[in-house]
Structures are given as structure tokens and as C-alpha cells.
Design a protein around this ligand. Structure first.
Ligand code: ADP
Ligand code: MG
Length: 622
């Protein structure tokens, strides 16, 4: 038999390599932006059409390329950034593998214009299927413009694999924001179709983060700065009350390179100790500068993972640094705790002492020391435990106050125990119940017990409320808009650019849910009205932000806009655990729940109720 092994043609080899580097439009965005930064640009413009599926263009004012370099740049393993193997251990640029442009040109139609300052004329190249189709002199400003068109046009399987536009757009925005954060001294702007969605003038990191996360972030950022011979850590962490439900605003950069690391994430979370509720994540943007020779960035094609020589040292140092930053800005648990409005207005509660013999919270506000911090952290822990025991601490962090103190102090209603003992012999227990005994009642501010003929339902009030609202919102989006409560004074709100872009996209739908929101230009919106049934004192901004965050979090599920929005809104407008209900309210809720088309589960899949049969209960006592 003849020999069978052949070398792959160049374009096929490139396509295979592209599989690793170019996973989706956002990978192209990242590579092009990093090249612009590596080229020393001070101004970088990103233009994206159809979530990058038809066009991704990056225009920079960096060093540009000579004609030969421009042509070379599309070859595999062609890089100006390293020369030999030892350079691999001293990498200061974002790129170095010389693969990006070659990979991109294997799976898209690429057009490049570039000119160095010393050249009068620039060069224009058109590359398709790894082949240069056009190469000619052209007039062009100093710097480089690269347009990537019709990504995966020649790899249908991969093109079909791309997600819906909002999902791809989300990835692109994440990628853009990461590069922008790591390079505050560069002016970036970002056009989605014809709209400028980010405009980020050169500035310091705080300014940049505020532009990206929105004005509200400004007061929530605690600076971090610590430096030793081997490692420097700078950046910001969010105050403990600035949690994020979704992970995504937790970013590490090592030598300006964004990396993912659960291990380091854990270090930061550990620094927050008990300040963090279970399902929430702190915001952080942290930069570590470390001698390039003590890390290996070449462990992953997209370079999002790196290896440290001494990972444990980095872990410990990071934890201590963040802890210190939180401490030195008085963001210690007890201070925060004292300011919690829910607790301020409840004197009875603050006079309950945890049984550790610790001084009362209100009693000590003296100068702080590390020992103090520790004690106060312990103190908070004890308090939390106390309330957790009562099933009441669940919503503390969200700042949801319990309605009044009386409800907290009231002993739990006695759950018909006596009755059942007395009527043990009777056949139809139910018939003996008086009207009040059949009324639903609430336990622990979380569950509702509702009698039915054969036993009772135990209803989870939050899940039930979510289910009811979800179906109502779906109906609203199907053309039965929810009533609007007009505001006396319209309120303008300013959103983070990514949120604003999203809201613009789904604004019509949002307005079906009882909002009356209008675009005001830029990232500003005017709220003329809010859903009537949410009451007058909704905090539009907070509700909207939460709904948008949830919506983004749901994107990966690829739901329809209506479904996603109805879920997100139901989730955030629903009754919470800990909310005390009147008999009337409970009865209404039960009616509404069982009028739902699917009363069994909340849209996120939690059970709404469990049924208990008397027969089964009786057996339990045998
Ligand atoms: P790498 O960045 O790993 O070197 P790339 O394929 O991304 O590999 O780029 C190849 C080379 O093309 C770079 O090393 C650089 O010399 C040149 N290049 C790419 N983009 C630009 C740009 N925007 N401005 C100037 N030179 C660029
Ligand atoms: Mg590169």
C-alpha cells in the first residue's frame, strides 16, 4: 500500500488552528483590540454589525505596518513580538503566538488598511480563504484598520453554531470591556451598527470603571493597592453591599491580561468572609503585576488561563490585600450592619444580645484596630445566626425590612395541633373545622399552609408569587399591557452602557409590563410610569437594573425575549421570603396560583407547593 500521510494544505491547517483561537465573534474582537493596543495606539474604534456576524472592524492610530509586514502578518506563526524561545518568558505584549490574523483570515473575509508614520502611502490588502486577493497602495491615516466580514462564511457548521445576536453581543461587550479596563490610557469607542454604545476617553481606572459600570458604581468602589518585590496588586473591589447576583463583574488581570481563575476568585471571596451572602458575588477588578518569568501564559490558546510558579503565595497575598483594603476603608461588617436601615428602625432587635457576652452593637463605635475588625466580624456572625435560626435573616442583605417588629416577636401560630388531637377519632376531620381554622396561615414568613379536603398544601410564597407574575407578564407581553402608574415627576435614570444597549433593544416589551420608559439619548432614559400593581414607591432604577441583570443571566438559555423578560421581571417583582401576609393576601395568592396554567413550579423550576395527605401524616405517627 502506498504511503498515506500528507502535509495539510496551508489554508486547511489555518482553519484548524482557527478553531482554537476564533471561537465566536467576540474572539475576533479581542484579538483585534489587543493588536491595536500592542501597536501603541492611543485611539481605538470598534465597529460591530449584526453581533459581529457580518462585520467587526477595529481602527487604530498605532504604529501601522510596512507593506511586507502587512502581508506577513497573515502568515501563521508570524509575529513581531517574540524572536526566540527565551522571549516566551518575558512577554510584555498581549499577542505573541502570531496566530490571530492567520486564523481570522482562514474563516472570514478580511480587509486591512495600514500605514506607518514614515510612509506616505499605506497599503490595502484583501484576504480570503487564507489567500491575498488584493494588495495595493492606498491613502489611509496612520495606523491600522482591519475589517473582518462574514465570519465563518466558509465553515457553515461553525456559523450555525453561533448563538442568537444578543448572546454574541453580550460576549463582545464583555471582551471589549476587559480590554478597555486594562488600558485606561487609551481612548476607546464602540459602535453597534450606527449607534455609539461606549465612549471611553483616556483616564484613570476609576473613571473608566464608572463609565463601564455606570455612575452608581462610583461610591461603591474601594481602591486596592499593595506592592512587594514580586507582586503588585492594584484595582478596585466593590463594597460589601454592592453584590452581584450573577458572576461576570469579577475580573482579574495579570500583567494586563484578563484571566479566569476560580482559585484566585476564591481568595477574594475569602477576604470578604461573612460579608457575603451565599448566592452573591462581590464586584472586583484587580490587576496583578508580576515578573513575566514567574508565570506561564502559554498554557491556553486564548491565553485566558495562566500558571503561576507559586500559586499559594499569590492566593494568600491577594486575600490579605483585599481584606486590608476593605478594612482600611471602614467597610467592616459591623459598621455596615449599623447602617442597615432595617435594623436601625428596630430598637427591640438591637437590644437583643447575642449570648457571647459581646458588647452591644450600638455601644461600640470607637477607633478601629485589626482586633476590632475581627471581633466585629464575629459579632455580625452571631447576629446573623440568631436571625437565621428564626428563619428571618434571609433577605437582610437585599435591605428588605420586615414589615414591623410586632410580627417578629409574635409567637408562631399554633398549627392546629390541639384540634387534631381532640378530633382524633372523627372520620371527617375537615368538617369540624371552623372557618378560621381553615384560613391559610403563614409560617416563618415564608410558607403558607392551606387546608384542602385530604390534608394540606404547603406553599412556598416566593415561588408561587413568581409563577403567578410570570404567567401574568407573559399574558401582558402577548398584548395585554399591564396598567401604568404615572409618575408625578418623571425620573431620569442613567444606566451602564451595556445595560442601556440592552434596554434599548427590549424597550417595547418592557413598556408592556407597566413601565413607561422613553429613550433620552446616550445611556439616559426617562421613566414616566411604573407598573401600577407594584405600588407607588418602587425604586425604578434598582428594579430595572436587577431585571436587566437577570435578563442577561438568562441569555444563555436562548429563551424568546418575552419569556426571558417575563421570567426576569417575575423574579424581581415577586414577593420575598420574610414578607408577612394577611389572610386576605394569602387567600388571593392561593386562588391566583391555582388559576395558573402550570401552578406546580416557579419559572426557575422550584416547587410552588407540596401536598400533605392526612393519611400519610397519620402513618408518620405510628
Ligand atoms: P501576535 O499578536 O500574536 O503577534 P497576530 O496574528 O495578532 O499575532 O498579529 C501578527 C503581527 O501583525 C503582529 O505581531 C504585529 O506585528 C502585526 N499587527 C497585527 N495587528 C496590528 C496592528 N493593529 N497594528 C500594527 N501591527 C499589527
Ligand atoms: Mg495578536
Amino acid at each position: 500500500m502506498a504511503d498515506v500521510i500528507q502535509l495539510l494544505p496551508e489554508n486547511v491547517a489555518n482553519q484548524i488552528a482557527a478553531g482554537e483561537v476564533v471561537q465566536r465573534p467576540s474572539s475576533v474582537v479581542k484579538e483585534l483590540l489587543e493588536n491595536a493596543v500592542d501597536a501603541g495606539a492611543t485611539q481605538v474604534k470598534l465597529i460591530v454589525r449584526d453581533a459581529g456576524k457580518t462585520l467587526i472592524q477595529v481602527i487604530d492610530n498605532g504604529c501601522g505596518m510596512s507593506e511586507t509586514d502587512a502581508r506577513m502578518s497573515f502568515e501563521r506563526h508570524a509575529t513581531s513580538k517574540i524572536r526566540d524561545a527565551k522571549d516566551l518568558f518575558a512577554i510584555k505584549t498581549m499577542g505573541f503566538r502570531g496566530e490571530a490574523l492567520a486564523s481570522i483570515a482562514a474563516v472570514a473575509q478580511v480587509e486591512m488598511r495600514t500605514r506607518r508614520s514614515i510612509d506616505e502611502l499605506g497599503v490595502r490588502l484583501a484576504v480570503e480563504d487564507s489567500t491575498v486577493k488584493i494588495q495595493e497602495a492606498c491613502q489611509t491615516p496612520q495606523g491600522t484598520s482591519i475589517a473582518v466580514k462574514n465570519l465563518f462564511y466558509n465553515v457553515p457548521a461553525r456559523r450555525n453554531f453561533l448563538k442568537a445576536d444578543p448572546v454574541e453581543m453580550r460576549h463582545i461587550m464583555d471582551g471589549f470591556q476587559r480590554v478597555a479596563m486594562a488600558n485606561c490610557d487609551v481612548f476607546f469607542n464602540f459602535y453597534q451598527n450606527e449607534t455609539e454604545i461606549f465612549h471611553l476617553p483616556a483616564g484613570n481606572l476609576r473613571q473608566r470603571l464608572v463609565k463601564i459600570f455606570g455612575e452608581a458604581a462610583n461610591k461603591k468602589l474601594v481602591p486596592v493597592h499593595e506592592e512587594t518585590d514580586v507582586l503588585k496588586i492594584t484595582g478596585f473591589v466593590g463594597k460589601p453591599d454592592y453584590f452581584k447576583k450573577t458572576r461576570g463583574e469579577q475580573l482579574f488581570f495579570v500583567n494586563k491580561r484578563f484571566i479566569k481563575s476560580n482559585y484566585l476568585h476564591h481568595a477574594v471571596v475569602a477576604a470578604y468572609e461573612d460579608m457575603l451572602p451565599a448566592d452573591q458575588h462581590p464586584l472586583y477588578v484587580l490587576f496583578m503585576d508580576i515578573d513575566p518569568s514567574s508565570i506561564d501564559i502559554n498554557v491556553h490558546p486564548t491565553k485566558q488561563e495562566i500558571k503561576f510558579d507559586d500559586e499559594r503565595l499569590v492566593y494568600n497575598y491577594l486575600k490579605v490585600t483585599v481584606r486590608h483594603a476593605l478594612g482600611s476603608h471602614n467597610i467592616t461588617p459591623t459598621l455596615d450592619f449599623e447602617q442597615e436601615p432595617a435594623f436601625q428602625s428596630t430598637p427591640t432587635r438591637s437590644s437583643i444580645r447575642p449570648d457571647t457576652g459581646e458588647p452591644r452593637v450600638g455601644d461600640h463605635r470607637p477607633s478601629r484596630s485589626l482586633g476590632d475588625d475581627k471581633r466585629q466580624a464575629d459579632n455580625l456572625r452571631n447576629w446573623q445566626r440568631l436571625y437565621e435560626g428564626m428563619g428571618l435573616a434571609v433577605s437582610r442583605i437585599e435591605g428588605e425590612a420586615y414589615e414591623d417588629d410586632a410580627t417578629v416577636a409574635t409567637p408562631l401560630p399554633e398549627i392546629g395541633v390541639q384540634t387534631s388531637v381532640e378530633v382524633l377519632e372523627m372520620d371527617d376531620v375537615n368538617a369540624q373545622f371552623s372557618k378560621t381554622q381553615k384560613e391559610p396561615y403563614q409560617i416563618h414568613g415564608q410558607y403558607i399552609i392551606s387546608h384542602i379536603k385530604s390534608g394540606y398544601f404547603l406553599i412556598d410564597q416566593q415561588s408561587a408569587s413568581e409563577r403567578i407574575l410570570y404567567e401574568r407578564y407573559l399574558e401582558a407581553l402577548g398584548n395585554q399591557p399591564i396598567a401604568i402608574q404615572k409618575a408625578l415627576f418623571p425620573k431620569t435614570i442613567e444606566l451602564a452602557p451595556a445595560d442601556a444597549a440592552l434596554l434599548r433593544e427590549i424597550l417595547d416589551e418592557v413598556n408592556f409590563l407597566g413601565f413607561e420608559i422613553a429613550e433620552f439619548g446616550g445611556n439616559t432614559f426617562v421613566v414616566h410610569g411604573t407598573p401600577a400593581d407594584l405600588g407607588a414607591n418602587v425604586q425604578e432604577e434598582i428594579l430595572l437594573e436587577k431585571v436587566l441583570a437577570q435578563y442577561k443571566g438568562n441569555l444563555e438559555m436562548e429563551l424568546s425575549t418575552s419569556d426571558n423578560l417575563a421570567r426576569s421581571m417575575a423574579r424581581n417583582a415577586s414577593l420575598r421570603r420574610g414578607q408577612i401576609l394577611t389572610v386576605q393576601e394569602m387567600a388571593e395568592m392561593i386562588d391566583q396560583l391555582f388559576a395558573c396554567s402550570v401552578p406546580f413550579n416557579s419559572p426557575s423550576g422550584r416547587k410552588c407547593f407540596i401536598q400533605y395527605d392526612l393519611e400519610a401524616l397519620r402513618k408518620l405517627f405510628d
